[in-house]
Write a protein that binds this ligand. Sequence first.
Ligand SMILES: [Mg+2]
Length: 334
Amino acid sequence: LPDSEPKLIAGIRRRAAHTRSRARVSRVVAGIGDDCAVLRLPAGHQALVTTDLSVEGVHFRRDWHPPDSVGHRCLARGLSDIAAMGGDPVAAFVSLALPADLPQSWVDKFFSGLLKLGSSFRVPLAGGDVAESPSGVCTDIVLVGSVPAGKALLRSGARPGDGIYVTGELGRSAAILHGLSNGRKPAPRAAENRPHFFPTPRLEAGRALRGIASAAIDISDGFSSDLAHICHESGVDALVHEHSLPRGVHGFDSSSLHFALHGGEDYELLFTAPPKARVPARIGKLRITRVGEIIRRTRPRKSRDSDPRLFLADSHGQRKELTPRGWEHFSAGG
Ligand SMILES: [Mg+2]
């Protein structure tokens, strides 16, 4: 490890304590330094727990992503899952496997990115683990959140007739990743590149959708795959209107449509709501766009091919089948 393990943990503990002291209401009774963290959940709430791995060469590359971006994205993935459930984050835990020759400054900047995002959402880092990796950096983030009992937004609640909505814009992150893999060097801190390097988890929107959305998911794999997950869990199909997709890449060429439909890591929310629900046009500054509707299953329920079907309608109303395509993470070596 770059630093001795006790020294590394002492450093993280010192820096984590700073975010903790800034938390509005500390839900961490005991954090780093005990065998387990002790968390206090608000009365009448249920716990949410999510875990996400980030692997060098699969989810990020050290020559493409600055260390603070890797730290930010690591925490953002967990926070985005809490947002998708309509929850509030309570505490984060991060485990790292680090190559012995990794510079200490990389680790310091990783934590700068992670803790900066944590403090902007008042999420304390309450524990974790460190080990030496034989090759490459691997990070695992665990997020604990809370949601009023029975109010979690699930993937299984979509019904025929419900509208399909997304927050923000789609495809920007994938377009930037595509540029990186084609040798471009986008500036990570430029506003137009932040959706990829420093995405904002949609916690405020998730919270606001409690009691409005019938189902929700965050767009991590890609719009088409994540919509298929909702349809699968809800036992329904979906119709998407091509022209209504809010594309993050300007110009309506085929690649911007491809990135919007299949590009991953947007970390926007995809949700459904019943026809009578009052879906706001904006939540804060974030635009909400209706992109389609849930339809009845077109395959018999007992069919061996139980996959849901997605349809894409063009501006003339012509429908074609939309095959869900997850974002294929770049392979090691590009
Ligand atoms: Mg998710």
